[in-house]
Design a protein around this ligand. Structure first.
Ligand code: URA
Length: 190
């Protein structure tokens, strides 16, 4: 079912101050996904293509997922705020407050085993912690009986390359694909 239709009661009640048809991007992915990713807010490319994480940050995320053999299409991908903020600003407190109930509904509906919060905004909002992402990324927290792991936002790895292997490691952990440190016998025979 289309996103707007599925959550029509939320959209009917959303104050129009926080909605903008031309800047809206719905979530994507299976409604019974085992893993949910929560970003911050869509950007220009996302609005153009109508899908979260399809711009530069999304391409970086795709590359890491690909490198560790994870199929993006199996992940439910959404944003804390579903409207692109003006001039790519950070989302504002009131906007976050207006959109958060929808995210809570999505979590309930999809009922994933693990929620990955990408970056400070989504992490702080779902974990209620004041600590920044640098000190809490990669740890698994329990929230109402559900696992939540904060991870770096892929956009952060574009500015600071040293965060790329950290994000990869955390994603491996979240998907149970940790490196064992073992060498395949095949490699020995080469
Ligand atoms: N950054 C986000 O937080 N979300 C997107 O959908 C794209 C970039």
């Amino acid at each position: 079912m289309a996103f707007r239709e599925k959550y029509s009661d939320f959209f009917q009640n959303l104050n129009e101050e926080y909605f903008n048809e031309e800047r809206f991007v719905p979530a994507v992915g299976p409604e019974d996904a085992e893993v949910m990713m929560v970003g911050e807010a869509p950007g220009e490319n996302e609005v153009e293509q109508g899908e979260p994480f399809v711009g530069r940050a999304g391409k970086k995320l795709n590359k890491i997922l690909n490198d560790i053999d994870i199929d993006r299409s199996e992940i439910y991908i959404t944003n804390l705020v579903k409207i692109r903020p003006p001039e790519n600003r950070d989302p504002k407190k009131e906007g976050i407050k207006a959109w958060k109930p929808l995210l809570e509904r999505e979590i309930e509906e999809v009922d994933p085993d693990m929620v990955l919060t990408l970056g400070n905004f989504a992490s702080k909002e779902l974990l209620g912690k004041k600590k920044g992402i640098t000190s809490i990324h990669g740890r698994i927290f329990s929230r109402e009986g559900r696992k939540i792991m904060p991870i770096y936002h892929p956009a952060a790895t574009l500015y600071d390359q040293s965060k790329t292997p950290v994000l990869e490691k955390d994603l491996r952990k979240a998907f149970g694909k940790e490196e064992t440190g073992q060498t395949s016998l095949k490699d020995l025979q080469q």
